[in-house]
Design a binder for this molecule. Structure first.
Ligand code: CMP
Length: 140
């Protein structure tokens, strides 16, 4: 099973990319694809379309386009739910010890990492960043 993770511009800019990846690998995820991207405003708006009506939408788009981020396809038998556990709560102050956000996030807005929140969204989000046909052959 695959899910999408994004190491966000705060963590990449702080030089924490390798440390975040190290946690993910130690937790048992396999990195099946990775690409460093600087999202355009149009891409960030489309990716976070589901949040368009939320008050944090505009600042979220501004933050996600503020610098490069590392998009990744991660594989694990329970990839979606398990990655949500490993990254921790949206707000790092609420995130459990040892989670990526507790370790590396600055705030609820600048929270180091994104992970797909359902199997359906994982399929959509993986295809959003990695539409390549070869990737589908890696699954299973
Ligand atoms: P992410 O998992 O990428 O999905 C939506 C993002 O919106 C979330 O992480 C946060 O970075 C951001 N966000 C900012 N403010 C809030 C908020 N009040 N509630 C939820 N998400 C927020």
């Amino acid at each position: 099973m695959q899910t999408l993770a994004i190491i966000k511009p705060d963590a990449v800019g702080a030089g924490k990319t390798g440390q975040v990846l190290s946690v993910l690998e130690q937790k048992g995820f396999k990195v099946r694809a990775a690409r460093l991207v600087r999202l355009s405003r149009v891409e960030a708006e489309a990716f976070y379309e589901v949040h368009r009506e939320r008050p944090f939408y505009a600042p979220l788009v501004a933050f996600m386009t503020s610098g490069p981020c590392l998009t990744m396809v991660l594989e694990h038998p329970d990839a979606v739910a398990y990655l949500r556990d490993v990254i921790g709560a949206t707000d790092p102050a609420q995130a459990a010890p040892g989670t990526v956000r507790r370790l590396y996030a600055e705030s609820k807005e600048r929270n180091a990492i994104h992970a797909s929140d359902s199997p359906e969204n994982a399929v959509r989000e993986v295809a959003f960043f990695f539409p390549e046909a070869e990737l589908r052959k890696l699954d299973g």
